[in-house]
Design a protein around this ligand. Structure first.
Ligand code: FEO
Length: 162
């Protein structure tokens, strides 16, 4: 492992945050099609958060004097069998993101890049929040299942996300 690997890892993660933004915009559109506008609002806010994460990686790469290498973003999934399936994908995406961030911390330590390690600390903490939010939403949906009244109440609750 070398300093070169960490640069490509940061660029890969920049792309990954944008991919997650794409996925959540796509989920938002899916929920709008179902007229679950609270869910749609929640995922639009989540997508914007991912754009903010991407920007943090972008700025760190620039600040370090490394080369920003924007990579292709594949088309995200657009349909799910149910709200529950979409939210399961949300949790999976966040769990995978946590793994990637932790691997980056390991690499930063291995190559002795203290600045990268310090930068990544914010993301380690953020991922705890992200997984907590996704797990909460999944648990609520599992309680509600297909009961329309419960689903609409949860939808109203989600419409209040800042
Ligand atoms: Fe950028 Fe949801 O982690």
């Amino acid at each position: 492992m070398s300093a070169f690997d960490i640069r490509s890892d940061f660029n890969r993660q920049l792309n990954q945050e944008l991919r997650n933004a794409y996925l959540y915009f796509s989920m938002s559109a899916f929920f709008d099609r179902l007229s679950l506008t609270g869910f749609a609002h929640f995922f639009r806010a989540q997508a914007k958060e991912e754009l903010g994460h991407a920007l943090k990686f972008y700025e760190f790469i620039v600040d370090r004097g490394w080369k920003v290498q924007l990579q292709e973003i594949p088309e995200p999934k657009t349909e799910w069998g149910s709200a529950l399936e979409a939210v399961q994908d949300f949790l999976k995406a966040e769990e995978e993101n946590t793994k990637r961030i932790w691997q980056m911390v390991d690499l930063a330590r291995q190559v002795g890049d203290k600045a990268a390690e310090s930068f990544l600390r914010w993301f380690v903490d953020e991922q705890v929040e992200e997984e907590k939010t996704a797990s909460w939403l999944l648990a609520r949906l599992e309680l509600v299942r297909d009961q329309p009244a419960g689903l609409l109440a949860l939808d109203r609750e989600l419409s209040e996300r800042k």
